[in-house]
Structures are given as C-alpha cells and as structure tokens.
Ligand binder design. Structure first.
Ligand code: PLP
Length: 404
C-alpha cells in the first residue's frame, strides 16, 4: 500500500466544474467566486464572505482593515503554522505568543494575562479543526476593565470599542461549538482553502465577516472586495462587459483576488461537504477506537457535547517519547510507504522568530506537544483497510522504536 499524507479530493464533479470555468471564456474572479462566497457564508452561517488567494493574504487584509500597525500587539498561540504570526508582522505589529492547553488550542488564561493597552486583536487557531474556547474569549474581550484598557486609534476601532476577535480558522470549516459554527462566534474568521485543507481552491482563503452593530457586513464585503483587487472599484469581470470600462482606484489595496477557475474546485467540493466531513469523521473514529487500547497514545480532540471538530488533522501524541524517537517512528512509517507529518514546529523554534527574540523555553506545552506529535493521514478517500494498515504499522513502529 501507498498512503500519501493529504491528497486533494478531486472527483468527476470537480473536474466538470473546473472544465466549465475553462470553457466559459472567463477564468479569473467572476461568477464562480461569487457563488463560492455565498455557499461558504451560508454554510458557516456568517452574513458575508470574501474569497482571496490565501489565508495569509486574507488575514493581512482583515488586520489592515482594523488599522493594525506599528506599536500594536496581537495575541497568537506559539503552536501554529508561521502564517498566523507573520500576518501580524506583515502589518508592522507585534505578535504576542502564548502557550497552548492540553487540547492544543490557545491557553485562555494566558491570553487574558497577555492583554495590554497595546492589544488590538486576538488571533486564536482552531488547531486540527477543533474550535477554541470562543465563549471564554468573548467573555474576556467584553470585560469592562479590558474594554477600558483598549485604546482606539481610528473610527473603526472606536466603533468596535474593544479588542477584535479574529480566528485563524484555516483548519476548521464546519467545526462547531454548541451547534454554532466558529464563524458565528468571532468578529472575523479566516479560512484556508490551501491544497491540503478540507475544502480547497489549490491556493485560497475566505474571509468570513460577522461584525456586530454598527458595522454593515454588506458594505464591508464591498470594501474587502475592492481592497482585494488593488483598491479598484470595478472587478475585471464587470469591467470586461461591453461599454463598462470605466473604474477608479479608491485606496491602496492588495492584489489577492481569487480566480474563478480555482473557486470551481471548492464549489464542487462544497456540494458534498456534509458527506466529506462524515468520511473524515469515519477515519478519525477508526483511529480513536483502536488507539484507545494503548496507554502510550494521547488521542486527539475527542468530540464532546460542546465541540465538534472538522477533523482536519489527526495530531496523535505519544507519551514519554522524545524528538529522536518521534522522528524514528516517522521514518519507520515512511519505509512502509505511509506519509505522516508533524503539526507543528512551535514558532519560537523557527529561525525568524528566534532572531526576533522569541524563546521556546517560555512555551513548555508547545515544546512538549511538538516532541510527542505525529500527524496521521486523514482524508475522505482513505478506506478502512488503509486506516488499519496505518494503525498496524504505527503499533509496530512504537514496538520497534520505543520498546526496542
Ligand atoms: C493554522 C494555519 N494558519 C494559516 C495557514 C496559512 O494558510 P494559507 O496557506 O492559505 O495562507 C495555514 C496553512 O497551512 C495553517 O495551517
């Protein structure tokens, strides 16, 4: 058997939808992107959504919208992909890293302790598809003394009157807390549609708006669309219609729009996402059912009454092993044609962040998670037979490497 780590789900419907775009005479931003934005907004129950070319660019634009820049602080977990912090740095602001809890999501108590008068946003990560504790995060940002600490620098910040809650929902399309989608529990959720994600446009992202009064999410959607296309008032599709050539550039935007030919992939996948999610859950549950027999296995994100994961990743941790043993287990699996992965190298262990002065010893839980973690393959196409092959070899690997 050969088990890749995370191949995209491409069936005949996806190929048909992409071919439709290719044959339509229009392949960049147009009707398919608009349809995808509406489909995803409806699915995650947010008022409006904007398609862009990556999570990273979407997060940068959202932080820029809020006016985040030099001198500002944004709280992020240390245990995530680098883009979480780099989006903040791209705006000229400082990522304030805090450690994680046992479920790998941001430690809420540490978030509260990290808030200062410079804090403009909290950017938690729904790691592996598990929603963060948004109930608690919302409680924190609306506490009177925390609101009193908030120092607005512009009209938008004045109107919100508190810290912005913007989620890194790169992994969590379809994840819920108490039946409510993540995008309903934050001001802005940014989803990734990168090639390995549950739903993909090859490269892409979606900004989901859920701003409270007095904001008008429809007006904001128009602003985000304009700003994702160089600040241009008319998109290329509208401009290409006969006689409709005139446009204006109203602000210093970014060039991060999503092309229709990419949106087509996700549009076809979204039509069967309920089923794709159920298949992910099948794989996840099969791993859990077997691994709970072993006392060395720390089973990831079990659903509970409050939270329902999107089963994006299966971040297994193995008790008591060090980095060297973890790496040997990965090699053992690779020799048997099973691709696994590690999510994540904590950001303070990466050169860029070390050069900026971040110190991994301040994030002991992130470090421990990294040393013990092996991400198993998880995607709808994995048959039960293949899942069992992964499990058999994982147990063999443990016996060979750790018990040897
Ligand atoms: C947690 C997390 N945040 C952000 C990103 C960045 O997403 P993108 O590649 O769409 O910019 C990723 C991508 O892997 C991710 O895993």
């Amino acid at each position: 058997m050969n088990i890749p780590f995370s191949p995209p789900y491409i069936d005949d419907d996806v190929i048909k939808e992409v071919t439709d775009s290719l044959k339509s005479g229009w392949i960049t931003t147009g009707p398919k992107v608009a349809a995808l934005e509406k489909t995803i907004a409806d699915f995650v129950h947010c008022p409006k959504a904007i398609g862009v070319n990556s999570w990273t660019s979407g997060a940068i634009l959202a932080l820029r919208w809020f006016g985040i820049g030099k001198g500002d602080e944004v709280i992020v977990p240390a245990y995530t992909y680098c883009a979480t912090a780099m989006s903040v740095m791209d705006c000229g602001a400082t990522p304030i890293m805090v450690d994680i809890c046992d479920d790998l999501t941001i430690d809420i108590q540490q978030v509260e302790r990290a808030i200062t008068a410079k804090t403009k946003a909290i950017l938690p990560v729904d790691l592996a598809g598990m929603p963060c504790n948004y109930h608690k995060l919302n409680e924190i940002i609306t506490k009177p003394h925390i609101k009193a600490l908030f120092q607005p620098k512009n009209k938008i910040q004045e109107d919100l009157g508190r810290i912005l809650l913007i989620s890194d929902s790169a992994h969590s399309i379809g994840a819920k807390t108490e039946g409510r989608n993540v995008a309903e529990l934050v001001d802005i959720a940014v989803l990734s549609l990168h090639a390995v994600k549950n739903i993909t446009t090859a490269e892409g992202g979606i900004i989901c708006l859920n701003l409270p009064q007095p904001f008008d999410n429809e007006v904001l959607q128009r602003w985000f669309k304009i700003m994702s296309l160089n600040g241009q008032t008319k998109d290329a599709f509208t401009k290409s219609q006969a006689g409709a050539w005139r446009y204006d550039i109203v602000d210093k935007g970014m060039k991060i729009n999503m092309p229709d030919v990419n949106a087509a992939i996700a549009l076809a996948q979204m039509r069967k996402y309920e089923w794709l999610l159920a298949e992910r859950q099948r794989v996840h549950n099969r791993y859990c059912a077997e691994l709970k027999k072993y006392d060395w296995a720390i089973i990831p994100h079990q659903d509970n009454t409050a939270n329902q994961s999107s089963y994006h990743l299966y971040p297994l941790r193995i008790k008591g092993i060090g980095e060297d043993e973890r790496n040997k287990i990965i090699s053992f699996m690779a020799e048997r044609n099973i691709a696994t992965n590690v999510h994540y190298i904590p950001m303070p262990m990466l050169t860029l962040f070390m050069k900026c002065g971040y110190d991994i010893t301040l994030y002991p839980k992130s470090l421990a998670a990294f040393q013990h973690e092996i991400t198993l393959p998880l995607y709808p196409q994995l048959s039960n037979l293949e899942v069992d092959y992964v499990l058999e070899n994982l147990v063999l690997a443990y016996q060979n490497v750790v018990k040897a």
